[in-house]
Design a protein around this ligand. Structure first.
Ligand SMILES: [Zn+2]
Length: 272
């Protein structure tokens, strides 16, 4: 087909209109540049102890200690043995958010069932003025990420008018309840008008049963008295720090339970 000059100009005007529509569709939820962040090529390592599929299959005991985890990263999240609290690591400090809502700094010999960690190295930072909920934060970060095919770590500090965190009920052997029961029945902690940091990761879809895909964030307040797994929040003046990660290491538990687990449980609990 021959494209005439007039058809060519019609096509160009159509493209301009389409582009203008695209601009309008952008959510106006934050201050700062709309520019995507750039890919940074450097060897950050995502350290992962145990795998998601083992955790789902009630492998609630691991054989690494808090002291060892601190040699794998300075930020992280996970759970302690027997699901004795949510694990949060921020700036090299480990926290244990217990089922009664108390937050303690555990000793280096406490054991860990499941953990993600990395040495955080800020590649990009941006600010968000008003963030009405978790979904909006995810949407905004999604727009900034240069690709969904690599891993990311986040440190997000700000003012929280509302924060709702989940905890875990400590289990005893033999472990008869799995996460399919424990997550919907988890203890929930809420607090208003305070400051703190969300810390966590993004994993691509291809991670499959090894880890949960998408975003997974934990939280600790600046006064170190409130912590847990982030469920929902309302925040303002968030400073979002992003670390791009191109290498992934997972380490399998060397326990009898892990060696004998059947992986038969098909639990589809998905983190956001
Ligand atoms: Zn969590």
């Amino acid at each position: 087909m021959k494209i005439t000059v007039s058809k060519f100009f019609t096509l160009i005007s159509l493209l301009i209109v389409l582009n203008a529509c695209k601009e309008e569709a952008k959510p106006n939820i934050a201050e700062g540049s709309d520019k995507k962040i750039e890919i940074v090529e450097k060897p950050d390592l995502f350290y992962h102890y145990s795998i998601w599929h083992a955790f789902v299959n009630k492998i609630f005991e691991g054989d690494i200690t808090a002291g060892e985890l601190k040699t794998k990263g300075d930020i992280g999240l996970g759970s302690y043995n027997f699901l004795d609290g949510e694990l949060i690591m921020l700036n090299g400090q480990l926290y244990q958010a217990k089922e009664n809502g108390k937050v303690v700094k555990p000793s280096d010999d406490i054991k860990i069932a499941y953990a993600n960690a990395t040495f955080f190295d800020t590649d990009d930072t941006f600010n968000l003025q008003e963030v009405p909920d978790y979904e909006t934060l995810r949407k905004y970060i999604n727009e900034k990420l240069p690709t969904k095919n690599i891993f990311y770590a986040f440190k997000i500090h700000g003012e929280f008018s509302k924060m709702k965190c989940g905890g875990l009920h400590k289990q005893e052997k033999p472990f008869d309840k799995g996460l399919d029961y424990l997550i919907p029945n988890r203890p929930i902690f809420e607090r208003e008008n305070f400051t703190g940091t969300m810390v966590g990761f993004f994993c691509p879809e291809f991670i499959g049963d090894i880890n949960a895909s998408g975003y997974h964030l934990h939280f600790v307040s600046d006064d170190e008295t409130f912590a847990g797994h982030v469920m929902e929040f309302e925040a303002k003046n968030l400073k979002v720090e992003i670390d791009q990660i191109h290498e992934y290491q997972f380490v399998l538990p060397q326990t009898e339970e892990y060696r004998n687990v059947g992986f038969e449980k098909e639990f589809q609990y998905k983190k956001q």
